[in-house]
Unconditional design. Structure first.
Length: 663
């Protein structure tokens, strides 16, 4: 164990040192024999320990203080205390250094695979075949995970499978960006390897480590992402061979053709892969039951669906494929229980998110005969709605703590009136609407920052949703499997399972008011596809997938010409009387809420008039991808000439530091 500890320290130090070398920004050189003992990675326990270290790449396993329940901030679903500059043309700029062009994590995976796979094939690794294969499968999974991040954020990406020598010419040549379709295929191939190698069930017996199902789920996510990206960005600079695709400027991409022959065939292949992989999960793992109960007393029936998101031990929920275990005794803790009792760490639901939930009878809120009670009060908003909104949207007066709270320092026994004027993330309510996902009634006594509820990484419901969407995008209709999955999700949500009722009553002009997913490429989509997207939005609310979905759908084009105003609860109605006279300040330099003249609904970023998004969120096409930092061009160029670098900038971004997008 001492050797293992020393190895980790030395490897981390090596990566840090090499990361600051101007000639080695692309990839770090392989560890030297005098740094890492040659006998390391020669037996199963060492392989397993190396793989475990890679779990920190997951958002739930890294520097996680609140979890997925706030990651959807800065989208049309959720808003935090401050707006994101990507919605302010000219403020999101090309960096001089840093950014997504970082291959340190891929280096770690390649080092392992380059050394371990040949040794295993030669019979030189000590341990059980199943355990060795599982560890190798985990590393293939994490290389795919890291490349998927680059695909989402950067598009075309160098594909590197070996640790390269410390040679400027070699590293520069390796900086050539592979067309994104090749990157997607590479990711899927790595996941196929992981599927073949990983155990069918988590090796720890508690789903704290990867299983085959997790790899299938990620494969369906990747294939759906790329298939829909190619479909909606077809004939633009954002896909290989599209007009003004910057990759065409480089000789190494000349004559590129899609692996399937053309872009339409590639889309069809990807969506087929998404369907096949999703079905492997959805047909195996049932949904956790929802009995419709919201505990407000210790005598009330517990609700498994509610408890699943805030349980201390998630191993008993079949739907949860992978989760992070926390342990107060080991000091592995977080602050979710405290945040879930108040304003969700200052991340509130938008009006658009809340309005998207249909009524329990399946009708949209604006439809004739829906039974919608209006939004004069939060209690009215919840009445007779989709069971997920009723369950997870908090309203003043509800009970947050069912059990004694010995510490009492950060407990909030009863849900208060939303503190919309408080600028503290811990106590403030950004939009007035907040959620209780992740609340654990029995963890409120743990004290500030001492929570130890689990955190979900993957749950099977996403596979149901992935199949539905891929099926419709590929075929223009839903097969029996897709309709079965959809009915199962709605039944669990306690919504009329006949989704055709919802589709028939859908008015896309109404939906477009608060849902960017109503659009693709600036045009409204058809009601069936929209309701598939709506189901995904509602089921995965606050779980961190919204930004990814909006990008692959190309769902922000309309913001280029039509600004979007982030809104929350209906403040300027009866709910204004919740606040004492003089508390609400507006139309002044010290305003703490938006003025009623702007909207009846609270606009968190339109208070003083000095906000850069005072007139609404706007978009630039370039913002669908991140810019590449200028430093990477310079260190791979001749005589500091950016144009001589094998790297090319992403569409719409200049090759000058600190400048905004051009379109």
């Amino acid at each position: 164990m001492k050797m293992m500890k020393n190895y980790k320290i030395l490897l981390m130090a090596l990566v840090i040192v090499l990361g600051v070398s101007c000639s080695k920004d692309f990839l770090d050189r392989p560890p030297q024999s005098d740094v890492i003992p040659e006998e390391y990675l020669k037996e199963e326990s060492q392989l397993s320990a190396f793989a475990v270290e890679l779990y920190t790449l997951l958002p739930t396993h890294g520097n996680w203080s609140f979890g997925t329940f706030g990651i959807d901030a800065d989208t049309d679903n959720m808003a935090d205390m401050t707006y994101d500059n990507k919605y302010v043309p000219g403020q999101y700029r090309v960096p001089q250094a840093g950014g997504v062009w970082d291959f340190g994590n891929i280096y770690r995976c390649n080092y392992f695979l380059n050394n371990v796979v040949p040794d295993f094939e030669n019979g030189e690794i000590v341990g059980s075949d199943a355990g060795i294969k599982h560890a190798i499968g985990e590393v293939y999974f994490f290389r795919a995970w890291e490349y998927f991040y680059k695909l989402r954020e950067m598009g075309d990406t160098p594909i590197v499978t070996t640790n390269l020598p410390d040679d400027s010419e070699v590293l520069t040549a390796a900086s050539e960006r592979a067309p994104r379709s090749e990157v997607a295929r590479f990711i899927i191939a790595d996941l196929d390897k992981a599927i073949d190698l990983l155990m069918a069930a988590s090796s720890d017996g508690r789903n704290n480590r990867l299983s085959r199902a997790s790899a299938y789920l990620l494969k369906s996510r990747v294939a759906l992402f790329e298939g829909t990206w190619l479909k909606y960005f077809k004939n633009t600079a954002f896909v290989p061979n599209g007009p003004d695709w910057p990759g065409a400027e480089k000789s190494y991409n000349q004559g590129y053709s899609f692996p399937s022959g053309d872009i339409d065939s590639e889309i069809d292949w990807l969506l087929g892969e998404a369907m096949d992989a999703a079905r492997q999960v959805a047909d195996t793992y049932p949904l956790t039951s929802n009995n419709g109960s919201l505990q407000q007393d210790v005598a009330d029936m517990a609700n498994p669906y509610f408890d699943m998101f805030g349980a201390e031990d998630m191993s008993g929920f079949e739907e949860v494929l992978l989760w992070r275990d926390y342990d107060k005794g080991l000091g592995v803790v977080h602050n979710v229980p405290v945040y879930a009792q108040l304003g969700n760490n200052g991340v509130g639901l938008t009006k658009g998110m809340v309005d998207s939930f249909v009524m329990a009878n399946g009708l949209p809120i604006y439809a004739s005969g829906s039974g919608y009670q209006g939004d004069e009060y939060i209690a009215n908003v919840r009445e007779n709605r989709d069971g997920r909104l009723w369950l997870f949207l908090k309203e003043p007066g509800q009970i947050n703590i069912l059990y004694p709270s010995p510490d009492g320092d950060h407990g909030t026994p009863v849900e208060p009136i939303p503190d919309i004027t408080n600028s503290s993330a811990e106590k403030g309510y950004t939009t007035g609407y907040t959620i209780r996902k992740g609340l654990n009634y029995n963890q409120t006594h743990t004290g500030n920052g001492q929570g130890f509820t689990g955190s979900i990484v993957f749950r099977a419901t996403e596979a149901y949703l992935n199949y539905m969407e891929a099926c419709y995008e590929r075929n223009g209709s839903l097969d029996g499997t897709a309709t079965g999955y959809w009915r199962a999700i709605r039944e669990r949500a306690q919504v009329n399972p006949d989704f055709q009722v919802t589709i028939a009553a859908t008015d896309m002009t109404e939906e477009a008011k608060g849902d960017w997913g109503a659009y693709s490429a600036g045009s409204l989509i058809d009601p069936t596809l929209y309701n598939i997207r709506r189901e995904r939005r509602n089921e995965l609310m606050a779980e961190g997938l919204r930004a990814m979905d909006l990008k692959r759908w190309r769902a922000m084009d309309q913001l280029v010409s039509t600004p979007y105003h982030v809104e929350g609860m209906k403040l300027w109605g009866p709910m204004q009387n919740w606040y004492e006279e003089g508390v609400l300040k507006y139309a002044s330099a010290d305003a703490n809420v938006s003025a009623p003249s702007r909207s009846d609904y609270l606009r968190p970023y339109e208070k003083t008039g000095n906000e850069l998004v005072y007139n609404g969120y706007k978009w630039m096409m370039a913002h669908y991808l991140q810019p590449i930092a200028i430093k990477h061009f310079l260190i791979t160029s001749e005589n500091n000439s950016v144009n001589s670098s094998p790297i090319y900038q992403n569409p719409g971004w200049p090759t000058t530091a600190n400048e905004g997008a051009t379109y």
